[in-house]
Design a protein around this ligand. Structure first.
Ligand code: GAP
Length: 440
């Protein structure tokens, strides 16, 4: 099977997972819209993450902070000064590249000897210059310097500036965590590979506040937990996941140690989530810039300190792309394409099909819909042959096909088709809900 990103993009559009933004206007670069199946899948993934973080861990609580925040936050965090990508332009064809795509050590390259990949001219590149990735906007009716604000480039800062309020209100004791899901914005120079790198995206971040000195051990614990989430909850193939440690030239300005979880996408191994040791960098900077004491009082030990922070930072859209890429399967033997989502992730859990449109079969099928729909997303389909109806749902990743036929009217049974094996079992309608729930 030749799994390409183009085939996944095409299926996503055809089946209503993901559309290019502003399609009728010719599209809007590096922004995507999530269709009916895309939003179901995205919600299923983010809810699993939310549960795993804030329900399973009693010492992690949630937060939903604003996208726009006090502009000083971004000075303190270092984003105004250091959240830059190096940029080079070809003077001949005006193509623009990230300088570090040519070499990680781009400062020592002789740019006059480099050929433009687009027009082939050698020696046409400008020297690298730094480009800040934050989107600027203005707050209030007058556009002047004092009213400038930024769309947040990470959700993490909203957690840091609220950490004492959360800790006090919830009487949290170190170690404890704060989790947040929300939009982040980056004016990426090069956005590519579908939803992998976009200018508007969602992050799922958890900041874990720990006592300095315990940070190395706790980082290792979170590394294990986060990798297991991909295996146990998202059902991702193990040999397609790996950890990559950041070398000195890759480390972000705030990090002492950083690891990426990478997935083997059709376009190569790429980062889906970072696990970082941010030390007390952020809290000490906010303490300095705000003038507020942000230390934590450890009552049992009668000591005060600035906590260290272990961060787990995942992109929801990249996680979704991982799930899509991992599930994509061309079943050549049966001439069909199947999205082999785990039932707990599948946007639609079952399709209910009356064998024909008459003899009371639609009414009986509707009864089945009514039993299942309070529990999970199901759809009713009476259009086309049964084979066509099932193949449509195979592409949508629907794990169960339910057919209501004449025998159903006599003995209250249906056939239950398994998406992957295509095996069909006859079971009683009374057992149907439990059978599907068990698989989820
Ligand atoms: N708070 C730390 C932080 O933001 P990051 O490595 O810059 O760290 C974390 O981003 C995650 O956010 C990445 O692993 C990725 O999943 C996601 N992400 C970052 N930039 C993105 C972009 N332009 N488009 C989609 N997802 C992105």
């Amino acid at each position: 099977m030749n799994k390409t990103i183009e085939k996944i993009v095409s299926l996503c559009k055809r089946r209503g997972f993901i559309f290019q933004s502003s399609d009728i206007y010719g599209g809007f670069s590096a922004i995507y819209d999530y269709g009916p199946l895309g939003i179901e899948l995205k919600n299923n993934i983010s809810q699993l993450w939310w549960k795993d973080m804030t329900h399973v861990h009693e010492n992690i609580v949630g937060l939903d902070s604003g996208i726009l925040m006090h502009p000083k936050i971004w000075e303190a965090s270092g984003h105004v000064g250091a959240f830059n990508d190096p940029l080079v332009d070809c003077k001949k064809c005006k193509s623009r590249y990230r300088a570090d795509e040519f070499s990680e050590d781009y400062t020592s390259i002789d740019w006059q000897g480099i050929q433009c990949p687009n027009c082939g001219t050698t020696g046409s590149f400008t020297e690298p210059r730094q480009f800040n990735l934050m989107f600027k906007t203005h707050v209030g009716p007058v556009e002047e310097t004092g009213t400038e604000a930024f769309l947040r480039p990470e959700t993490a800062q909203g957690i840091y500036v609220n950490y004492q309020l959360v800790q006090g209100a919830m009487r949290m004791k170190i170690p404890f965590g704060i989790a947040q899901i929300g939009k982040a914005f980056r004016n990426e120079i090069i956005a590519r590979n579908f939803i992998f790198r976009t200018r508007e995206f969602e992050q799922m971040e958890m900041q874990y506040f720990v006592k300095p000195g315990t940070d190395d051990d706790i980082l290792n614990q979170w590394k294990d937990k986060r990798l297991n989430f991909y295996l146990d909850k998202l059902d991702i193939e193990q040999n397609k996941l790996r950890y990559h440690e950041h070398g000195d030239s890759e480390l972000a300005h705030y990090a002492k140690e950083a690891w990426d979880i990478e997935y083997d996408f059709p376009f190569g191994w790429s980062e889906i989530e970072g696990v970082h040791n941010r030390t007390d960098f952020d809290l000490s900077r906010h303490q300095e810039f705000s003038g507020k004491n942000l230390s934590y009082f450890d009552q049992p030990n009668n000591e005060r300190y600035l906590p260290y922070i272990i961060e787990t930072s995942a992109g929801l859209n990249r996680m979704l792309l991982t799930v899509l890429a991992d599930a994509y399967w061309e079943d050549d033997e049966n001439n069909r394409t199947v999205m082999r989502f785990h039932p707990r992730l599948a946007p639609i859990k079952a399709v209910i099909c009356p064998l024909t449109k008459k003899d009371g079969l639609p009414e009986k099928a509707r009864e089945v819909v009514d039993i299942l729909k309070p529990h999970f997303k199901v759809i009713y389909d009476q259009q086309g042959s049964i084979g066509k109806r099932y193949y449509r749902q195979d592409e949508a990743g629907t794990p169960f096909g339910i057919t209501v036929d004449h025998k159903s009217l006599e003995d209250n049974t249906i056939t239950l088709r398994d998406r992957d094996s295509m095996k069909q079992d006859r079971i009683s309608i009374d057992q149907l809900l439990t059978a599907i729930q068990d698989s989820i």
